[in-house]
Design a protein around this ligand. Structure first.
Ligand SMILES: N[C@@H](CCC(=O)N[C@@H](CS)C(=O)NCC(=O)O)C(=O)O
Length: 217
């Protein structure tokens, strides 16, 4: 059986690559990581042949090719049911899909105002007003889930939702976003998760800088 292949881009900057990678590891999938530089024209051309959206992450497993992080999550949940990427209880599963869907399709202001950058630290960052409601909505989601299911992760055990919000935890750290103790503890739990530590070590070892994502203050 062919080994799976996950195409990703920068570990420092690509939040969708991080989500896809976490999901594959959580599912226990054995895969080779293929790192592409999305700014390199020849690599973009190659990616176009592989992923019609020209976006990463993209997973190839046996004869299946799947791109788009949500589609990858659903595929992995189907092929690795024992990994419980989605909660077993139907109501909890619906809730998990709803908050994960909110991340997948929303929070555009947060994404553009606070780009993922694991190497950077900004102590006194002025959040663009448009991104504030996104930050508040994420805090509300985390509070609601941690209260409803008792932690330590959003749906009790680790799930797709934690992978979807993991890049937000890094942004909250990078831009020193203040959190109440319960939410700060959740952020730190995710940042200290061994898979996150492994990804972060990879990001720290990357030499590239994407100038447009290095926000100046
Ligand atoms: N909705 C897509 C978003 C993927 C996405 O935006 N990926 C970015 C990297 S984080 C990308 O491939 N960008 C390519 C480019 O900017 O050229 C998903 O869920 O996978």
């Amino acid at each position: 059986m062919a080994k799976a292949k996950l195409t990703i881009s920068s570990k420092n900057y690509s939040s969708w690559s991080l989500r896809g990678w976490l999901l594959c590891r959580m599912a226990g999938l054995e895969f080779d990581e293929v790192r592409i530089d999305i700014d390199d024209p020849s690599m973009r051309q190659e990616l176009l042949l592989l992923s019609p959206s020209v976006l990463v992450p993209r997973l190839t497993h046996n004869t299946v090719t799947v791109w788009d992080t949500w589609a990858i999550a659903e595929y992995l949940a189907e092929i690795a049911p024992d990994a419980h990427l989605l909660p077993a209880d139907i109501a909890k599963r619906a809730h998990c899909r709803a908050v994960s869907g909110e991340m997948h399709s929303g929070f555009h202001n947060l994404r553009s105002a606070l780009p993922m950058n694991l190497k950077a630290r900004h102590e006194a960052y002025q959040i663009f007003t448009g991104a504030k409601p996104d930050v508040e909505r994420i805090k509300a989601i985390w509070n609601e889930c941690l209260d409803a299911y008792g932690g330590p992760y959003l749906f009790g055990e680790l799930s797709v939702a934690d992978a979807m919000y993991a890049p937000v935890c890094t942004r909250f750290q990078t831009y020193s976003i203040k959190l109440e103790p319960k939410l700060a503890a959740y952020r730190d739990r995710i940042l200290n998760w061994p898979l996150m530590q492994e990804w972060t070590a990879g990001a720290m070892a990357e030499p590239e800088e994407m100038v447009e994502l290095e926000v100046e203050f």
